[in-house]
Write a new protein. Structure first.
Length: 186
């Protein structure tokens, strides 16, 4: 097969998870390409690894879970982490913030309790918060039907820059905007 190394590199790049040598062979066979032996694929993988070990590349080919995946080199983790923080901050909707606040202050809490406080269905919002790993399922309630209990995650603490839930702002930390008429009397 002509350009086998490029096909292998493309498959590894396109895979969102690590991809094994046998998966590479399977995909190439399904695409009517001749993948060659496992040893040949491994030789090409080593050449790709060597190519990306060069300091001019910000990514490297890493062996994970009996497969291969392109990852950012460790030197760039702080910058990538900031990118992830900025992107996740931008994507929290008002509903997500409200739901997250309820969970943070009342944890552990069931979905029904959250919905009773908010007055609307929270299925989608809870799923999005779970996807963003800002909340976790922390158990099951002892009430009828044993509903799931939700709590904030350690990523929530990182996201908001707090050590634990005792650092959450308290009600008296917020000043109410009051409209006053006339002079204030002591």
């Amino acid at each position: 097969m002509e350009n086998l190394e490029l096909y292998i590199e493309a498959l590894i790049f396109a895979s969102s998870q690590s991809i094994s040598v046998s998966e590479i062979q399977l995909v190439l066979n399904a695409a009517n390409e001749q993948p060659g032996s496992e040893e040949l694929i491994l030789r090409h993988i080593e050449q790709i690894k060597e190519k990306y070990s060069n300091p001019e590349f910000a990514i490297e080919l890493t062996e994970l879970n009996e497969g291969y995946q392109f990852l950012t080199k460790k030197a760039y983790y702080p910058v990538i982490n900031q990118l992830q923080i900025q992107r996740s901050k931008k994507k929290l909707s008002q509903a997500a913030i409200e739901t997250l606040a309820i969970i943070a202050y009342r944890q552990p809490i069931t979905k029904l309790e959250i919905e009773q406080i908010r007055g609307v269905n929270c299925d989608y919002t809870i799923q999005k918060l779970l996807d963003k790993e800002l909340i976790v399922i922390s158990g099951k309630a002892e009430s009828v039907g044993k509903p799931l209990l939700y709590s904030t995650s350690s990523l929530f603490m990182d996201y908001f820059g707090i050590k634990n839930s005792t650092e959450l702002p308290q009600i008296n930390d917020f000043q109410a905007n009051t409209n006053e008429i006339g002079e204030k009397q002591d």
